[in-house]
Design a protein. Structure first.
Lengths: 302, 293, 437
């Protein structure tokens, strides 16, 4: 806790106050409200009385009928989260180091790698759906060179791996940008000192670059985990909301909250949707906190 | 550019005296690096080239063989997509929302991250915890809608920008981490010289934190640019729609006019790509030199 | 000195504010427009290529008749439609939209009511029962869309979807005729395979097109509405299970259909089907009449195509009707800011000549009598003489049951869409269903 060196506090109070107010009113209040409505049977249509139903919504989520489905979703989600986080971070670090060096065409490549982020998840899903078209897409052509054919996203055994692949392809851009920013924050004198001590390229990478990138690693890993646990749009566009092979928790939330593909006639309460969001919040929160705690410990040790 | 020159010079080989880039020896390391670079570029170029290929086809040609290379490019698809999607008006809306929300959000992140990173506020650990919680807040679509409704900001651009600005995500964490690398001595030196908190923030911190600020800005801008569902709920007036909704309008339930959709996609992506290419300079122009102190 | 906010205080005030946000009355609706028809009319529908274009035509005609009314027409993708509609209704920001209040069938008493039913009960939709323009519609259709004996919606048309589009040219080439029983259908499929043609195209990737196969199977095996209601009642009181008898036959039919579908159909999207059909990749596809205009433009006159009900039963008489549903249903919001214009719009829409153009654009079957239907619809008139509601318009699932019992025939679990055999899929659904009791 360092002492405040500036003379007055007015600037500090106003800026913190303004920032905190914006966050509180527009982000925190609605978030807390979600918790509140998870205990109601609110419908989202005007004029309908709202009643507090206690933990009924939570019981429904954990009921025997739904639990198997939810556990399957959870399992898929963990595989998806771990695989995409690890691969993205390893590749992104490598690519960032590559792009940080003096190579011709690196600005172009940098823009390319970042392009999927700009295109957006919906578009990426569309591109890869096109690509993996089983009848005539480029992937089918490549598969046929090996004498195989596949239903790609329709194949229960292959679908999740393909979704993870697309997630990695799409998620590399942001990770690379963050690592690049982090790389540029490393003072050159550390490299010079390491060179003087006789360290070659690989050693410098291990002993200087990676330890000093620790904050970026934490940031990227967090982003990747939260992203893979929360975002459902990619899986939704690629495989639809009801495919058990690629059922992710976030997708299951979306499907259950909006009734999936069953007909109308099933009562859908926004209170139940809020319940599922709350449960997801806890899962994501616990996962993120665990990861952060682990990474912070490693950071401190380094 | 000095930081990059230095690090790559060191990384290349021991001869530190060669200023002429072109005569740099072609070590196996460099060959491998170039090979890797090309591989990465191809991995990203191919699907995008495929998108462009699709955008240039006519509907019939696409249905006949989706995978073939286009033989008679239909540049008119772009014009059609532009007109049908009414992208002109939507584009201005999107730019307004993106720049507005990202600017406000970045400012909020900075205002909060700086004092917390420096522990100028009480309970910095709690603030850090708050920053982390901000990352994975539950989907509050319905309650945010209710909030704007009661504040009288429903269906207003201000209200939408306010909600999007509050979605700072990883901003505070990223900035706090970066600010820690700016030495505290600088604060104290400036204070001794009579600089106030606010002036210090504006004239010193912002330039020094430029790479991180740019990153945070871009991350948030992309979130706002690509947002569809909040815009659908909070801005029902079609005149206020952002361009992402315009793109969505193409996705019919029973038919997808893929070539037109591909063309529209490229139209939507172009401005942000241009902005990124422009902003890249700020990322690249590192301020490592000034941090050396 | 530090900037100091007590955490507890902050948390409490946040919660209080949040609760205030949630409870508290809904917003006041703006003043209604005065005088003759003027002002803005806000229409919200779910988006689909055919209906969007048709609505825009109607809107243009309406604006010509009432030049002082400005129409704001929003067509929102299906995924977002529910949340968009509920938020706009809450804000009083929509005048005409879609709604589906539906009488809860006797067997499903105690199931929590759908949003639209609750809304209709609360008076959110204008009661149209006594409006003159409702008389323009076919009485049987109005019966199907009534709720609690009242009319809240204007039916925009009907669609049929237990049938099979077939490529007449290929059939002629191989000397095949339209099958009327299941055995005949299987024979046709074999003949096609021997002739080197894939018999059936299914857009398995989107899952629900395979559901059309299931619905067609149910239609043949339980032809009348009474049969279906009996099935539903039996399932609800557990006198029937999904793993025996005709119920299991449904899944067996589905499996047979999967077996004659194109390779890797599980990865083919629904949108690719019209072009595949037009290219001759497969000779038949199970699809709805809503898609006829798309298939027509894809085929582009290259060959003749027809439509026949999938003969899931061995008895030809059971296979003589197509299953149908009422398509989009328009409702007027009671808290609309421009109720007068909303009702005028519905009235305008129901005028026979306006309605006729709408139906022609969308390819829906007309919900009004004496409307000239398209040539295609005339061609299948023999199958649509009596309106037979499709299984998914009768079935109501129990929300406490597991997801496998949603339809309740578990077609997505059967290989190659899933990984189960017919028996396993049926058992899975039955277990999920029983979990609710």
């Amino acid at each position: 806790m360092s002492t405040y060196p500036f003379s007055g506090r007015k600037g500090l109070r106003i800026s913190v106050g303004a920032g905190a107010s914006v966050l509180a009113v527009f982000a925190l209040v609605p978030a807390v409200a979600v918790f509140v409505i998870s205990f109601t049977d609110i419908r989202g249509l005007p004029g309908i009385p709202i009643q507090f139903v206690g933990f009924e919504n939570y019981e429904r989520f954990f009921s025997a009928a739904k639990l198997g489905y939810n556990l399957n979703a959870l399992q898929n989600t963990l595989v998806y989260a771990v695989a995409s986080t690890v691969v993205i971070n390893v590749f992104a670090l490598g690519i960032a180091v590559l792009l940080n060096g003096r190579l011709r065409g690196r600005t172009f490549t940098r823009a390319l790698v970042f392009l999927p982020t700009i295109l957006g998840v919906t578009v990426i899903g569309l591109i890869w759906s096109l690509f993996f078209n089983p009848s005539a897409g480029p992937a089918a052509t490549i598969w046929s060179w090996f004498g195989a054919d596949s239903a790609f996203f329709g194949d229960p055994a292959l679908a999740l791996s393909l979704v993870i692949f697309v997630q990695i392809w799409a998620g590399l851009g942001v990770a690379v940008v963050i690592y690049l920013a982090g790389l540029q924050a490393i003072p050159e004198e550390l490299y010079e000192a390491a060179a003087l001590d006789g360290a070659d390229g690989w050693k410098r990478l291990r002993l200087v670059t990676i330890p000093l990138l620790a904050p970026s690693v934490t940031a990227n890993v967090l982003l990747a985990i939260v992203g893979s646990l929360q975002s459902y749009q990619l899986a939704y566009v690629l495989t639809g909301p009801n495919n058990p092979a690629t059922q992710l928790l976030s997708l299951a939330i979306f499907a259950q909250a909006f009734g999936g593909s069953t007909t109308s006639g099933m009562g859908q309460s926004q209170g139940y949707a809020a319940t599922i969001s709350v449960i997801q919040f806890f899962i994501v929160g616990i996962a993120s906190l665990l990861v952060m705690w682990y990474l912070r410990r490693r950071e401190a040790r380094l | 550019m000095t930081a990059l020159d230095a690090s790559s010079r060191i990384a290349a080989d021991t001869s530190m005296a060669s200023p002429d880039r072109r005569r740099r020896p072609l070590t196996p390391g460099r060959v491998l690096s170039y090979a890797a670079l090309v591989l990465v570029a191809v991995c990203y170029l191919f699907p995008l080239a495929f998108l462009l290929n699709t955008a240039l086809k006519s509907s019939e040609a696409f249905f006949a063989d989706p995978g073939a290379v286009v033989t008679s490019p239909q540049w008119g698809n772009f014009a059609d997509a532009w007109v049908q999607g009414n992208f002109g008006a939507y584009l201005l809306n999107s730019v307004l929302y993106t720049v507005g929300a990202a600017a406000v959000g970045t400012a909020v992140s900075l205002f909060l991250a700086f004092p917390v990173a420096r522990s100028y506020v009480a309970h910095p650990r709690l603030w850090n915890a708050l920053f982390v919680v901000l990352l994975f807040l539950p989907n509050a679509l319905i309650t945010q809608f209710q909030l704007l409704l009661r504040l009288g900001l429903y269906n207003t651009q201000i209200g939408y920008i306010a909600i999007m600005a509050a979605g700072v995500g990883i901003g505070p964490i990223l900035l706090a981490g970066y600010i820690k690398s700016i030495p505290v001595e600088l604060d104290e030196a400036a204070a001794v010289d009579g600089c106030g908190y606010w002036r210090y923030l504006m004239t010193f911190v912002i330039p020094m934190a430029r790479p991180a600020l740019a990153t945070v800005f871009i991350l948030q801008a992309i979130g706002v640019w690509n947002d569809i569902i909040l815009a659908t709920i909070l801005l029902p007036d079609p005149a206020k729609s952002p361009i992402s909704l315009g793109l969505y309008a193409f996705k019919g339930t029973y038919t997808n006019d893929w070539p037109l959709l591909a063309a529209a996609t490229m139209i939507v992506a172009a401005p942000l790509l241009a902005a990124y290419v422009f902003l890249q300079r700020y990322l690249v122009g590192g301020v490592v030199g000034s941090v050396k102190g | 000195m530090r900037t100091h906010i007590t955490r507890g205080l902050a948390a409490m005030s946040l919660t209080a504010l949040a609760v205030a946000v949630v409870t508290g009355c809904s917003s006041t609706s703006p003043e209604p427009a005065d005088g003759e028809l003027s002002g803005t009319l806000q229409i919200l529908v779910s988006s689909s290529a055919g209906s969007d274009a048709a609505f825009k035509e109607v809107n243009a005609a309406f604006t010509k008749k009432y030049p002082d009314v400005k129409i704001e027409f929003s067509a929102v993708p299906n995924e977002n439609f529910n949340s968009t509609r509920s938020s706009r209704l809450t804000a009083g920001n929509v005048d005409v939209t879609l709604a589906q209040p539906r009488d809860v069938p006797a067997f499903a008493q105690g199931v929590s009511a759908s949003d639209d039913n609750v809304a209709a009960d609360a008076g959110l939709f204008v009661d149209l029962t006594d409006e003159a323009f409702m008389k323009n519609f076919t009485p049987t259709v109005l019966e199907a869309t009534s709720y609690n004996g009242k009319q809240f919606t204007v039916p925009t048309g009907l669609s049929y979807y237990s049938g099979v589009y077939y490529n007449k040219a290929i059939f002629e080439e191989l000397g095949l005729e339209v099958p009327h029983t299941w055995s005949e259908f299987k024979a046709v499929a074999s003949a096609l395979q021997e002739g080197g043609v894939t018999p059936l195209g299914i857009g398995g990737k989107d899952s629900w097109p395979a559901g059309l196969a299931m619905l067609a199977a149910v239609q043949g095996l339980y032809p009348t509405a009474d049969d279906k209601t009996a099935l539903a009642t039996g399932l609800w009181d557990n006198s029937l299970t999904l793993t025996e008898g005709t119920q299991l036959e449904v899944l067996e039919r589905v499996k047979s259909l999967y077996d004659i579908a194109q390779p890797n159909f599980a990865g083919v999207g629904y949108d690719a089907i019209p072009s595949g059909f037009a290219a001759g990749d497969f000779a038949m596809t199970i699809d709805g009449t809503w898609n006829q205009t798309t298939i027509d433009s894809a085929v582009g006159g290259a060959f003749d195509y027809g439509y026949f009900p999938l003969p899931a039963s061995e008895d030809a008489a059971d296979n003589a009707t197509l299953a149908g549903k009422v398509e989009l249903r328009l409702a007027a919001a009671s808290n609309a800011s421009n109720k007068a214009a909303a009702l005028a719009y519905l009235e305008f829409f129901s005028e026979p000549d306006v309605y006729a153009t709408f139906v022609e654009s969308t390819g829906f079957a007309p919900a009004q009598p004496d409307i000239a239907a398209s040539e295609f619809l005339d061609g299948i008139a023999e199958y649509t003489k009596t309106f037979s509601p499709a299984w998914d318009t009768i079935w109501v699932s129990n929300q406490d049951a597991g997801p496998a019992a949603g339809f309740p025939f578990n077609y997505p679990a059967i290989a190659p869409l899933g990984t189960s055999t017919v028996e396993q899929a049926a058992q899975e659904a039955q277990d999920a269903w029983s979990a609710a009791f």
